[in-house]
Design a protein around this ligand. Sequence first.
Ligand SMILES: CC(C)(COP(=O)(O)OP(=O)(O)OC[C@H]1O[C@@H](n2cnc3c(N)ncnc32)[C@H](O)[C@@H]1OP(=O)(O)O)[C@@H](O)C(=O)NCCC(=O)NCCS
Length: 143
Amino acid sequence: MVLRAWEEKDLQALSEMENRCFADPWTKAMLADCLKYPIYHTFLAEEGGQVCGYGCLIAVFEDAEIANIAVDIPYRGQGIGEKLLSAMHEKAKSLGAKQSLLEVRVSNLPAIALYEKFGYERYGVRKNYYADGEDAFVMQKTL
Ligand SMILES: CC(C)(COP(=O)(O)OP(=O)(O)OC[C@H]1O[C@@H](n2cnc3c(N)ncnc32)[C@H](O)[C@@H]1OP(=O)(O)O)[C@@H](O)C(=O)NCCC(=O)NCCS
């Protein structure tokens, strides 16, 4: 498996995967913004030329945010999410971040388990955070 940054040519595949992975997917324009602005750092997992997972990190001074992370359905449960998250933490640390934050649907047990495996703790709840009214846990980890 190769880990690299997103490129313009990946946007269509990323958008299709985003639609498969999320009830409230980022639009293609939102994904394209990640290539445009330097606060975004992008990660793509590729297996034999096939995009199988991706992530987007926002790093601003001492704070990093896991803005997006997903692994396509056939590739789940093979450690790709862990590899993406580790790479994002390493990048955040190299940029001087001291903590990482994220929001996750309270019902998203696989993602919560992944984050807890990496030492994230529940820091608070954002009520009605998602468009369908679901709450989000805010999770935090010291880097
Ligand atoms: C969350 C997600 C990225 C995990 O990716 P993955 O590549 O399948 O995860 P990994 O194989 O690296 O698993 C790492 C750990 O995550 C947890 N985990 C992953 N899938 C899980 C599941 N279905 N149930 C419970 N825990 C799970 C486990 O702790 C696992 O460690 P273990 O194998 O030692 O038990 C993937 O399920 C996904 O893309 N979900 C849809 C998008 C999403 O919800 N993103 C997060 C938004 S906040």
